[in-house]
Design a protein around this ligand. Sequence first.
Ligand code: TA6
Length: 307
Amino acid sequence: MLANPPIVNIESLKDTFEICDKVVFSAGHNQLPRVQLTFEGHSLELYLHGAHITSYMQAGEEVLWLSESSHFNAEKAIRGGIPLCWPWFGPHESRNDRPQHGFARASQFRVVNTESNALYTGIILRLDADQAPYEEWQGKATLEVEIRLSDTLWMELRTINHSESPLLASQAIHSYFQVEDSRKIAIPELTGLKYHDKVNDNQVTEQKDPILLNGEVDRVYLNTPRRVTLHDQISDRCIAIDTWGNAHFVVWNPGESNAKAMGDFDDDGYEHMVCIEPANAQVSPVSINPGETHRIGQLLTHLAIEQ
Ligand code: TA6
């Protein structure tokens, strides 16, 4: 949590950034500031807390999984939806007094711009460099998040290095996808790729057969293609995840015992979700030169199933 998160006045957000019924601000769970975007028959909900997307309804169908046990408090990340892991992914490399997955997902972003046009409804949010809660990150980097809703969901994380020296950062767009049964999904593009298996001492392993989520799965795939697809073999829905600026995809499902052990994770939630995350994991962080901007992003597209 930030040392002193900026106080947000929803009325002033409405006055400055609201756009008819396309971009609407309100008090969400626990009075956290919430934004709802709509574009034709599609809608999206996000919180300024973590610039965290909590719902993406594509033609009326929810694409993301959100835990009903999520805390929705200023100290913790919301469980589910699309948490943003920044400016590091995973445990901090040297400090055990730093939170897992960085500080952006438990920080309050400010709105920079909102947009409604014939192609999309969009919003840009920013976590300013002086908001960093840790001295080693004070004034170093800004995180700008842009989200565009149409019949797809386009989003990009931009890291701007304000410092005088190269900035090492790892990050992930930690999307929780909703599925009918996590044991009945396919991500065909992963077959044949090597991955770090975090459930087996980070051993580099090859994905010989189609992925099977049966128990805890926590993998950092290497040399990944720009697109992977998530096939729900029960509902027949297929989501394409097109990405840029990432060297890896992370695939995670906690399995039954880990889900039960997490207070903010529904006990049976593991049966209905899979995380597929474009990432730059710590195995190879990005180096951003002074004054430069690094971009990582994803485009989620609902693919009609070929009959
Ligand atoms: O992305 C996979 C992962 O790094 C797992 O190791 C697991 O820790 C997951 O993220 C969730 O982390 P969180 O801090 O949100 O509980």
